[in-house]
Ligand binder design. Structure first.
Ligand code: GLC
Length: 505
């Protein structure tokens, strides 16, 4: 975020930097382009991963519309893992786009847009019009030869959590589709324009907020159960920022669109200032907070949120390297959540420095820790409500999630550090296929297949494929990185680590 500036220009110019028309037609439906186009031998896992990814496809009236969360027939309970989750589909979508198969992504975008139009209720309460589902399912009636859809906006979800991230991922994916295919016509349809405006209405509305960040309930994102992320969780703020940036070039400058563009530009300025000023933590900032005075009143206050230095947890003093830094988990009055969260922290040079110097803690034997460190004992009881799935170093509480490999790889390429991604991919290639593509790993080092981890978890599979394709052809990064990242090119060329690792292969 700290590297990003804001522009509100739109039109085809914004899409021509990385889009290459040849990509969209370069492969047949069943041939993974990533393994065919290069002279070196592809890793044997790639073929298996593509097969597993295709097995997870979900069809609606013979059209592929998404991928199920997990294809694990051995699991005792299916729960909702047989549904298409919006967030889980993102790495699948990127894999298909990178492989020149955009149709499934288009179908998915249209289906979820249609679901957005449904009336959404939890008991007697009606949700905002723009809310996107967490997941949906296609019901096949073999007798009547009919396919119907059901969707979950939080009203069936465990804990009745609303997916704040779904709408953001939808906009981000619409931009990825547009950039990858060069086809602006989908985004320009009145339906897509309206869908975007409805999502934006939800998150740009004015209320009692004193901060430009988005106030959320616990369990509103990838961490979809109580984990003490209520307030202003970093994952949502990062997705919020990215969705606003993605919407800018996609919104038409007609009467309705223009108003949103103006609101977005204002919000982005405030949001990036807030994030950089208050969420960023490095050695210097930690030292400043440690020395904070409290009970300051008025505009001159340095400790604006009245954070009490005694509330800084011991671990963070040892964890903080002299070089590097990260965005903390949350900040609100007298509360700083110093935990490190992977989502929202895959972006800048300084974060890459942190990941390198805290490799054992954040990567260990399986990339990547969803959050660090784990909470335990009394804190675990209070924060999670005694959640037996989120015990220390398991699941969302310090577990390691292979899906996060793709975001790490993207950040590595963006910052010119592909050797970090290579190290992480090597770890994945040692274990993931052998272990049956689990959802997450447990333990301080991420050594053990997670207690209740599903096997053949689709986003673990797709995340691996996306990471491989990104490394093989870094131009794919354009789908998910922002415009200024044109500056990325010379950066990659200049980086000695990039040249070294390329030579090693
Ligand atoms: C778990 C994850 C959530 C994911 C879902 C389906 O609930 O926490 O992020 O979407 O499984 O895979």
């Amino acid at each position: 975020m700290s590297e990003l500036s804001i522009s509100n220009s739109r039109g085809p110019d914004n899409f021509d930097s990385i889009y290459s028309p040849g990509e969209a037609v370069r492969s047949g439906f069943s041939t993974p382009a990533s393994s065919a186009r290069y002279s070196f031998e592809p890793h044997p896992m790639i073929g298996d991963a593509w097969e597993a990814l295709r097995r997870s496809l979900v069809f609606f009236r013979d059209q592929p519309v998404g991928t199920i969360a997990a294809y694990d027939h051995a699991a005792e309970e299916v729960l909702n893992y047989d549904q298409v989750f919006v967030r889980d589909f993102v790495p699948s979508a990127l894999a298909f786009l990178m492989n020149g198969e955009p149709d499934i992504v288009k179908n998915f975008l249209m289906k979820t847009l249609y679901l957005q139009g449904w009336e959404k209720r939890v008991d007697r309460f009606q949700l905002g019009e723009g809310a996107m589902p967490a997941s949906f399912k296609v019901l096949h009636d073999p007798v009547r030869k009919m396919d119907t859809l059901i969707a979950d906006f939080g009203e069936s979800a465990i804990g009745r959590v609303a997916p704040v991230d779904s709408g953001f991922w939808w906009i981000i994916l619409l931009r990825a589709y547009t950039k990858s295919t060069g086809d602006l016509s989908l985004a320009e349809t009145p339906e897509c324009q309206k869908g975007m405006r409805l999502i934006l209405t939800l998150c740009l509305s004015e209320g009692f907020d004193t901060f430009p960040t988005l106030l959320c309930a616990d369990g509103c994102s990838m961490i979809d159960r109580r984990m003490g992320i209520y307030g202003y969780p970093i994952e949502i703020q990062a997705l919020f920022f990215m969705a606003l940036r993605s919407a800018l070039p996609l919104l038409k400058h007609d009467a309705e669109g223009k108003e949103f563009v103006e609101r977005i530009v204002k919000r982005l300025h405030a949001l990036s200032f807030h994030m950089r000023s208050y969420f960023w933590l490095d050695f210097q900032q930690l030292n400043d907070i440690y020395r904070y005075k409290t009970e300051e009143y008025s505009h001159t206050a340095v400790n604006k949120f009245n954070v009490i230095p005694d509330s800084i947890p011991d671990w963070v003093f040892d964890f903080m390297p002299t070089r590097g830094g990260y965005f903390i988990g949350n900040i609100s009055p007298a509360r700083m959540d110093f935990r490190w969260f992977a989502l929202g922290n895959c972006q800048s040079m300084a974060i890459m420095d942190l990941i390198e110097s805290r490799w054992e803690e954040l990567v260990g034997e399986m990339p990547l820790k969803i959050t660090y460190p784990a909470i335990e004992g009394h804190e675990w009881r209070i924060v999670t409500g005694c959640d037996p799935k989120n015990t220390r170093w398991s699941y969302h509480n310090g577990g390691s999630w292979p899906v996060l490999l793709w975001t790490l790889t993207a950040a590595c390429i963006k910052t010119g550090r592909p050797q970090i991604a290579r190290r992480a991919i090597e770890l994945i290639e040692n274990r993931l296929q052998k272990d049956g593509w689990p959802e997450y790993y447990d333990g301080k080092l991420g050594r053990y297949v997670g207690k209740q981890a599903r096997k053949f978890q689709t986003w673990s599979i797709a995340g691996y494929l996306v990471a491989k394709m990104l490394l093989e052809d870094p131009s794919h990064l354009g789908m998910i990185s922002l415009e200024e990242d044109k500056a990325m090119k010379p950066l990659i060329k200049r980086s000695t680590s990039w040249t070294c690792s390329m030579n090693r292969d």
